[in-house]
Design a protein around this ligand. Structure first.
Ligand code: C5P
Length: 402
């Protein structure tokens, strides 16, 4: 399958003698149908000229953080948004260290920081530099953050030493980059996701909300789109940008989310993932005017909101249905009960109330339960967790079709 056809790939070349192999990587990726642009660090330009990459990519090469200096007028943010995937080859020890610490000191590091697309690093350096604990700590950190790696491979090095640190061979890149786009059985599947909090109005200026940032659902939507699914995201109010490749339906209240979600089921969905933190109750009445500070105590009468997840699983057009369970105790028992009660195919449970995990955090850890089995997705950045969860969903969805 032509996984790279029309894919927009940005190759970042950093400073290292292995940069002489990078033009060949551009040629191979282009032959596989990809649209390849190249950005170079100033150190890379000491090894290979901009002109070489211009010739092999057929495009202007990006070398500066300042738009005025790039012929095509694409700034670092546009470039970061443009790329479906970023490949750094060679990735020098210094560049790896820069991105591990989130630096934005030149065009290349800034693009990596600004991008939400998958990033593949192909390290190349002296074997001792590779072995160094500082480099290994950076690699570990980047893997946890969801960065992907090709190589390094082992063998004779330009410096005369032998060991791990050689740039992966240019021929390997088409297969490795294709893997980044492999559709994991989601190609063309329709996926409906709910995300974020809901806001239940008390009066024209006040509402009952919750601490959900929406990040988990947004990461799921962008990874699903990356896996070539047709993604609709029904989201409560969040501060997040719309995920690339997904259609966003913005709502405020649980009832609006319920209506929007059920409406989407009319046009048959294959998979539903309920990642939203839906308010369980809503005020019986919303005051027409701002409630005045007169009474010593006031009482707010609340009524139950519809359960979107349960309604989806009971719908005649029921898709493969995945729920979330945020638990503070008895995680497995509570999650399993919820899965049975709401008749779900899968449930992803996380412990809430822990610092730096779950609600409002960029990290998460999930325990996933399905019919006769369970999996653990270790604590990592939510984008990485979303990748692991969608792989599990894709596998189980496919098995459910057999
Ligand atoms: O029952 P509980 O609220 O703990 O279940 C959590 C799961 O149910 C989440 O997947 C959440 O998105 C979904 N849910 C829903 N509608 C509600 C309440 C929860 O879809 N009203």
């Amino acid at each position: 399958m032509d996984f790279l056809l029309s894919k927009k790939l940005l190759l970042i070349v950093t400073g290292g003698v292995a940069a002489y192999k990078s033009p060949e990587i551009v040629r191979k990726l282009r032959s596989a149908g990809a649209d390849v642009r190249v950005a170079m660090t100033s150190a890379a330009q000491e090894f290979v000229t901009e002109l070489t990459f211009q010739a092999v990519s057929g495009q202007d090469v990006f070398t500066s953080l300042f738009v005025g200096e790039t012929d095509s007028g694409m700034g670092h943010i546009e470039l970061a948004r443009w790329a479906d995937a970023i490949i750094v080859a060679p990735a020098s020890a210094d560049f790896i260290s820069q991105i591990a610490t989130g630096q934005a000191k030149d065009l290349a590091s800034t693009i990596c920081l600004a991008s939400t697309s998958p990033i593949l690093l192909a390290p190349a350096m002296n074997q001792q530099m590779w072995k160094n604990l500082a480099t290994q700590a950076n690699i570990k950190k980047l893997k946890q953050r969801g960065f992907l790696f090709n190589g390094p491979s082992s063998g004779e090095q330009a410096c005369g030493e032998v060991g791990l640190g050689r740039l992966a061979e240019p021929e390997t890149f088409v297969a490795v980059v294709s893997d980044m786009f492999k559709t994991n059985h989601l190609s063309g599947s329709k996926i409906l996701i709910t995300a974020g909090p809901t806001q239940e109005p008390i009066d024209p200026v006040r509402y009952i909300g919750n601490r959900s940032s929406g990040l988990m659902g947004y990461c799921l939507a962008s990874v699903a789109a990356e896996m070539s699914a047709i993604v609709t995201l029904v989201s409560g109010p969040t501060a997040l940008p719309a995920p690339k490749g997904a259609s966003l339906i913005a709502v405020n209240t649980a009832r609006q989310m319920f209506k929007a979600t059920l409406r989407e089921l009319d046009s048959k969905q294959d998979i539903f993932i309920g990642a939203a933190a839906v308010a369980d109750y809503t005020p019986v009445k919303t005051a027409m005017n701002k409630i005045k500070k007169i009474e010593e105590t006031i009482t707010l009468e609340m009524k139950k909101n519809p359960d979107i997840l349960a309604a989806v699983s009971q719908h005649p057009n029921r898709p493969f249905t995945v729920g979330f369970a945020a638990e503070t105790e008895n995680l497995e028992r509570n999650a399993m009960n919820k899965m049975k009660k709401k008749e779900l195919n899968m449930i992803a449970a996380n412990l809430v109330g822990l610092s730096d995990q779950g609600f409002g955090s960029s990290k998460n850890e999930l325990f996933v339960f399905y019919k006769r089995s369970k999996s653990h997705i270790p604590r990592a950045e939510k984008l990485q967790v979303a990748r692991s969860l969608l792989n599990l969903i894709a596998k189980n969805y496919k098995a459910s079709k057999k």
